[in-house]
Design a protein around this ligand. Structure first.
Ligand code: TNX
Length: 514
């Protein structure tokens, strides 16, 4: 009789239960295919188990998911592999050889029996886990246990990215940021399925990465920043910590050594690299285009080979970014000759050249990628470089630059490329943005944050959120899902998540925050 009474109570409870608070389609970036089924809503039970394929990378994702869900739920969420029988219902992370999902895709199915995430790679499972996190109520972001019905909306999501390169850039040269701050930025990338972190490691105001063969780059060149603060630099151990934390979040670090311009900090440390062999004064202002390493001195190329060699050796990802922007004093053939030689040095390290689109006139090298930061959507030189085989990362200054102000009252940031509110960050198409460049030549998108006026993690987050999710959606979601009104409404649900997690963001007036 007791059993009967309990099941009647249970049935009544199910009839009265409110629907899951988040809808299956309320995901950023928008998934490829969403098939809701309210009859399959599932309540995460306190004794849920996370089961993963018996594969180290899949188990690592399972452990990551458990760490995301434990603080707010207070549930133990033990992780086990499929070789051990799981008694309780729960969350399954299953590797499959169903190629139709692609290298980064996943399928997430919520039924009354639990959740199953299926993918070809651990990266796909990781993205499925990020989606799962967004389908739980916003209180899931709480760092301390909360009493909540941890209800998931029933149905199936099948998802895969549009572009393979989806990134953000952090300028750690104008202002230096501690390793912990960079790790928080990696967290924000991972949430929105961004898979590249470009670190702008060197500029006029500071050199931020240790190079054993040229030690004064950091001891002298790293001791300054915009506004006269103390600067700082990453030891090799610091950099490796960033790289491995990023890898654990399925993010590839792209290191940038900006050449031949933006090099005042290197010239202060090593005057032999300067065109007149005289050390310039340290620079803590915000002008650009005045400094350059001597392109006519062999010693400069020794320096470049040493620096790029050491940075490449520390970097597991395939890319090495050599800047190339705003070298106003190195012109014409001298500039292209310098770039071509530097590109060969990169190739010798085994890495692939990435550079700002000013590299375009230099000869093509295998795999070369140009990062477009123009504001007018057209450039014959870039188009010609694409014809010769270059691919593009799209970072149009007037849509993707996270250092532009949202509106005239934004307390930090610039406006040289215009004001960028959330709609402007969202309303463009990377596949057709640069006149004449076909979708197939676009590797992806990246949102750069320059930090002349950004001095703290809170200010970084304020400039990132909510624009970073807009750029993430352009990189991930199919153009068929592109819709400002829909994006705005989905994005609105993330405000309470950030607030609960203690993340700073801009309460953009065009987003209907709850
Ligand atoms: C231009 S964009 C730069 C940076 C500045 C930025 C400020 C680019 C490749 N170079 O040196 O920090 O503008 O918005």
């Amino acid at each position: 009789a007791a059993t009967l009474a309990r099941s009647a109570e249970q049935a009544a409870g199910e009839l009265l239960a409110p629907p899951a608070p988040v809808r299956l389609a309320d995901v950023v970036p928008a998934p490829q295919q969403v098939e809701p089924d309210a009859a399959e809503d599932w309540l995460l039970p306190p004794d849920a188990v996370i089961v993963a394929s018996a594969d180290p990378a899949a188990l690592t994702v399972a452990a990551h998911l458990a760490e995301l869900l434990r603080p707010a739920t207070g549930y133990p969420l033990p992780v086990t592999d499929t070789t051990r029988p799981a008694s309780a219902g729960g969350i399954a992370l299953a590797l499959t050889d169903d190629d139709s999902l692609g290298a980064e895709g996943y399928r997430l199915a919520v039924t009354r029996a639990g959740v199953t995430i299926t993918a070809v790679t651990a990266t796909g499972l990781f993205y499925g886990a990020q989606t799962l996190r967004q389908l739980l109520p916003p209180a899931i972001e709480s760092p301390v246990p909360i009493t909540e019905r941890w209800m998931l909306p029933g149905g199936t999501i099948t998802d895969a990215p549009r572009f393979p390169y989806r990134g953000a850039m952090l300028d750690v040269a104008r202002h230096f940021f501690a390793v912990e701050d960079v790790l928080r930025v990696v967290d924000h990338l991972a949430r929105y399925k961004l898979n590249h972190l470009h670190l702008h490691l060197t500029d006029d105001q500071g050199w931020r990465i240790a190079v054993d063969s040229w030690p004064k780059l950091t001891t002298v060149g790293g001791a300054t920043e915009v506004g006269g603060g103390p600067g700082g630099h990453y030891t090799k151990a610091d950099y490796l910590r960033i790289v491995s934390y990023a890898a654990a979040h399925h993010v590839t670090v792209v290191p940038e050594i900006d050449l031949p311009g933006h090099t005042n900090s290197a010239l202060v440390a090593y005057p032999e690299l300067a065109p007149d062999k005289v050390a310039p004064p340290p620079y803590t202002g915000t002008e650009v285009g005045f400094s350059y390493v001597d392109p006519t001195d062999e010693r400069t190329y020794d320096f470049i080979a040493d620096v790029l060699g050491e940075v490449a050796a520390l970097t597991p990802g395939p890319w090495l970014h050599i800047g190339g922007d705003e070298a106003f004093k190195v012109k014409g053939e001298v500039y292209t000759g310098f770039v071509e030689r530097t590109q060969r040095i990169v190739a010798d390290t085994g890495k692939i050249v990435v550079g700002w689109h000013q590299l375009a006139p230099a000869a093509h090298v295998d795999g070369r990628v140009l990062q477009w930061w123009g504001t007018n959507g057209a450039d014959p030189g870039t188009l010609e470089a694409v014809r010769r085989g270059a691919r593009l990362i799209l970072s149009p200054g007037n849509h993707a630059y996270l250092d532009m102000k949202y509106d005239p009252d934004t307390p930090v940031g610039h406006d040289w490329a215009g004001l960028i509110d959330v709609r402007r960050a969202y309303d463009w198409d990377p596949g057709s943005h640069v006149t004449g460049v076909p979708d197939a030549a676009v590797l992806g998108v990246e949102a750069p944050l320059w930090t002349e006026s950004v001095t703290s993690l809170a200010e970084i987050e304020f400039m990132l959120l909510p624009r970073l999710p807009a750029i993430a959606e352009l990189g991930w979601s199919s153009p068929a899902t592109h819709d400002w009104a829909g994006f705005r409404d989905r994005l609105a649900g993330h405000g309470p998540r950030w607030a609960t997690a203690g993340i700073t963001f801009h309460r953009a007036p065009e987003v209907p925050w709850p």
